[in-house]
Design a protein around this ligand. Structure first.
Ligand code: NAP
Length: 259
């Protein structure tokens, strides 16, 4: 069995997940990086960057929405490393098309809910069971699960309601997992990013450039994937030992309810 802690990050090929994987590698976690396919320039360059930090890198292909595929993936990761110390449920998508709530289709609703909510919930369930088992095998084992939700958990956007609904559900998922797993010594946290400069926001970059310049974000700047990576590293280090179910807004103050 690995003598180093192991972090599993979903959606690690790009954006926020990639920054989280790099940040955790700097904390000396061995990495299992999940994306839909392992054969991409993103995963290959991530492998180079992670292994340069002298930790192990294991690329794993999984469509997180495929709950039937998750068991085999967990077994493969355990086969490679023998343990999982941290799960970062980061993979997520926006609707393919922004539609007014009254035009939202069932197809788009199901796609977004399956990837953003159902998949992460059952992946957390599968890995939590394993963490409970590992807790009896490994001394000094400090497992944690982190859900990457969004400012959209609590703020509405009427042209991407399915995204907001999925993230609100993910926030509750974080709370119920935290409650259920507290006595098993598994900490569960929610990170709520604000507006982060990634592929997901590329389509609306000009709109947000203007809104940010006009002061919508109190700290008056875009967030970057590394902002989230640093927050995850702080939680992963164990600095928040007497805390579970907590919500961390990493949004430049967008969470503040202004008059
Ligand atoms: P991104 O740049 O679009 O990257 C999305 C990642 O998720 C990619 O690695 C992608 O991998 C993976 N992914 C997508 N569908 C998947 C699936 N079905 N199964 C497995 N992996 C899948 O997005 P991001 O901005 O980094 O967002 C990451 C998370 O942060 C998401 O949950 C998002 O909702 C949340 N968030 C983002 C923002 C923002 O402003 N960007 C704000 C708040 C919250 P492949 O496509 O390579 O398979």
């Amino acid at each position: 069995m690995n003598n180093k802690p192991v972090a599993v990050i979903t959606g690690a090929s790009r954006g926020i997940g990639r920054a989280i994987a790099i940040s955790l590698a700097s904390e000396k976690f061995d990495i299992a990086a999940i994306a839909r396919t392992v054969e991409s320039e993103g995963m290959e360059s991530l492998a180079r960057e992670i292994t340069a930090k002298n930790v192990a890198f294991f690329p794993v292909g999984l469509d997180i929405a495929c709950t039937d595929c998750q068991d085999e993936v967990v077994k493969n990761i355990l086969g490679r490393y023998g343990r999982i110390d941290l799960l970062v449920n980061n993979a997520g998508v926006a609707p393919l098309k922004r539609n007014d709530l009254l035009e939202m289709t069932e197809e788009s609703y199901e796609r977004v809910m399956n990837i953003n909510l159902k998949g992460p919930v059952f992946f957390a369930q599968r890995i939590a069971r394993e963490m409970i088992y590992l807790g009896r095998q490994i001394s000094d084992y400090r497992p944690a699960i982190i859900f990457i939700s969004s400012i959209s958990s609590t703020r509405t956007s009427v042209n991407r309601a399915e995204y907001c609904i999925s993230k609100a559900g993910l926030s509750m998922a974080s709370s119920v997992f935290a409650d259920r797993l507290a006595a098993d010594n598994i900490r569960v946290f929610e990170i709520r990013p604000g507006i982060i400069n990634t592929d997901m926001t590329a389509r609306v970059k000009d709109t947000y450039d203007k809104l940010i310049a006009d002061g919508m974000v109190p700290q008056k700047r875009w967030g970057y994937p590394e902002d989230i990576g640093r927050a995850v590293a702080s939680l992963a280090r164990g600095d928040w030992d007497f805390s579970t179910g907590a919500i961390f807004d990493i949004s430049g103050g967008l969470n503040i309810t202004r008059l």
